[in-house]
Design a protein around this ligand. Structure first.
Ligand SMILES: [Zn+2]
Length: 252
């Protein structure tokens, strides 16, 4: 049952007839892990909290630097030197004090990821390196929770939902571990601020859809956009039959 205050606060979402009170109640009962409170994780976490996701686990081992402020919108000048998860938690608490928050202030080990993923309903990958992405993919499969993944660099972004427990590929079906070179990074290649804002927001949108049972999440599809030209593509993704991380799910 939503309180009068909750009905008022979340009224604009509840007005969507296929979201409704039931969708809002599901959000309020949901727990989400956001790994990385940088360009993607900041807007994603802010929108999840504003929309009424009940509980967030925020994980980041880095501290805020001046060069982050161009795009990592949960952090301010006063947060320079502060841990990013702690800084983002303060920004979230200012928007929605009802959000239950847990912060992890170290780079998550593979064991940390499994433990954190097992404590939530959904995970957002907002990290910036392949090692963390592969480890997070395995943790989500082990915990049987969906992974909403985005990447953004220069003017290009991509977004997908990996949920092989319910069909479609996992992250590793798409990328060969150890073979790829380092991920192109914002620090080397540059990035335009609204791009990460947009893809972080899209991650929050996919999370809301899955948690509230609304619309059609991007399972088995990847959205690719180049904001330089506004070219948009959507590709269908198939699971790799011999994927070392998720093929066992299909043998059961
Ligand atoms: Zn796979």
């Amino acid at each position: 049952m939503l309180s009068d205050a909750q009905l008022l606060r979340y009224n604009r979402q509840i007005l969507l007839h296929d979201f409704d009170v039931a969708g809002q109640e599901r959000l309020l009962q949901s727990r989400v892990l956001v790994v990385g409170l940088g360009g993607l994780g900041c807007p994603a976490a802010l929108y999840l909290a504003a929309a009424g996701v009940g509980s967030l686990v925020l994980a980041d081992g880095d501290v805020v630097e001046e060069s982050n402020l161009q795009r990592q919108i949960a952090h301010t000048e006063e947060d320079i030197g502060r841990n990013k998860a702690v800084s983002a938690a303060a920004a979230i608490a200012a928007i929605n004090p009802a959000t239950a928050l847990r912060t992890m202030t170290r780079a998550l080990s593979a064991d940390d990821m499994v433990e954190c993923a097992a404590s939530v309903d959904l995970v957002l990958d907002a990290t910036d390196n392949y090692a963390a992405r592969f480890a997070l993919n395995r943790a989500c499969i082990a915990a049987a929770v969906p992974l909403v993944s985005a990447a953004a660099v220069r003017s290009e972004g991509q977004l997908s939902v990996f949920d092989p427990m319910r069909g479609g590929p996992c992250y590793r079906c798409l990328y060969t571990e150890g073979k790829s070179d380092e991920m192109p990074s914002c620090s080397d290649s540059g990035v335009l601020a609204p791009l990460v804002g947009m893809f972080g927001s899209l991650q929050a949108m996919e999370a809301l859809k899955i948690l509230a049972c609304f619309g059609e999440p991007l399972r088995g599809r990847v959205l690719v956009m180049d904001l330089r030209s506004m070219a948009v593509r959507q590709l269908t993704l198939a699971p790799q039959p011999d994927c070392p991380d998720c093929s066992q799910l299909r043998r059961k």
